[in-house]
Design a protein around this ligand. Structure first.
Ligand SMILES: Cc1cc2nc3c(=O)[nH]c(=O)nc-3n(C[C@H](O)[C@H](O)[C@H](O)COP(=O)(O)O)c2cc1C
Length: 341
């Protein structure tokens, strides 16, 4: 599908998630021992979800992660997400801006922070595209969109699913220069396979603002791009299942480093969020559930989805006997490493 126009591909992705999950394995949260405290003195209206991130005060520690932009329905999604984020004081990212660099007429579909109503608003680019464009050009575009920074995504596995298997090559050593030239916060993410301890070691030498795990156990872009009718599909899926690094495992490895962490990949409930905070994340992020909620009800679906997850998080904090998400860090962990599902 390499010849498929980018706009078709983006709308195909949105449609795919209306119908089904593209989750790979288990994000590993079930190995975090976060039990209720029968003697909790925290009443359900007491937990305070306000969270500091990159020097900004957020209404709650939930990022509406990168999904789309560049088509009329992508614009509808981004506007609905921005309304929800502005109401609740949540940070939000758009999907890849590559289509915007190829076709400037798509700008309105990304332009959802016209009055600066979002507490934090981020753009998104694949690392190869970003390095090709250069930090100054990308900065000019994200400033135009009143963005506070950029998510730079790595998608090695996804590229391998795209025939003909031409991996877009780039020079990893150019990433720090890109970040310096961009001169605004750069956050790093994956697209469903997570980061290894060696990756994290390398990334820790870059001047990044934060890292989103985008680990295995949630949406996986290798599966999104794979041809499910191919004879080899099941075998290859199993391979990816064994090689993807679950979100909880990435969080555990990343605790050794000082950059702020966003737990993404398979975060579905308030309990998943709480367990991610117990593992050291400052924010949780979600993508596929947003698409499903918006598809079911474009007007109110995202609001209802977010309100319910934040109510669940308050409930879990109350049960665990803590008042703020950050007070969860230090919860007991089951030392067993997550196994592939
Ligand atoms: C429809 C869809 C489109 C996405 N597009 C992008 C993208 O353009 N850039 C990116 O970095 N990640 C993209 N992602 C990945 C998400 O940002 C997120 O990292 C991943 O889906 C894991 O979260 P989840 O398990 O909550 O879906 C997309 C995800 C979905 C569901």
């Amino acid at each position: 599908m390499r010849d498929e126009p980018l706009a078709h591909r983006k709308d195909r992705h949105l449609a795919l998630f209306r119908a089904s999950d593209r989750n790979l394995g288990d994000p590993g949260f079930d190995r975090v021992d976060l039990h209720q405290e029968a003697l909790s003195g925290v009443f359900p209206d007491e937990p305070d979800l306000r969270t500091e991130f990159l020097g900004t005060s957020l209404g709650a520690p939930l990022l509406l992660a990168s999904v789309t932009g560049g088509t009329p329905s992508g614009g509808d999604f981004n506007r609905a997400a921005a309304r929800c984020a502005a109401r609740l004081g949540l940070p939000m990212a758009t999907g890849s801006l590559r289509i915007l660099f190829e076709d400037p007429a798509t700008l309105p579909s990304f332009d959802v922070n016209g009055h600066g109503e979002l507490p934090l608003f981020f753009g998104n680019l694949g690392v190869a595209t970003a390095l090709g464009l250069g930090g100054a050009r990308v900065r000019e575009m994200t400033d135009r969109l009143r963005m506070d920074g950029l998510f730079l995504y790595f998608n090695h596995a996804q590229e391998l699913a795209q025939p003909p298997r031409e991996h877009e090559r780039f020079d990893l050593s150019a990433v720090p220069d890109f970040i310096h030239e961009y001169c605004n916060p750069v956050l790093i993410k994956e697209t469903g396979m997570g980061f290894s301890p060696t990756d994290l070691q390398t990334i820790s030498r870059w001047p990044i603002a934060a890292l989103d795990t985008a680990g295995a156990g949630g949406t996986n872009f290798y599966l999104v791009e794979s041809d499910e009718s191919a004879e080899s599909f099941e075998e290859r899926r199993e391979m990816m299942l064994r090689m993807g690094i679950p979100t909880a495992s990435v969080l555990i490895s990343a605790k050794d480093f000082s950059f702020p962490l966003i737990a993404g990949g398979g975060v579905r409930t308030g309990l998943d969020m709480a367990r991610a905070f117990a593992l050291g994340a400052t924010l949780a992020s979600c993508a596929a559930p947003l698409v499903r909620a918006w598809s079911r009800d474009p007007e109110n679906g995202l609001d209802r989805w977010a309100d319910e997850r934040l109510a669940q998080l308050r409930m879990v904090l109350s049960l665990a006997g803590v008042r703020r998400p950050r007070d969860l860090s230090g919860a007991r962990l089951d030392p067993r490493p997550p196994e592939p599902a």
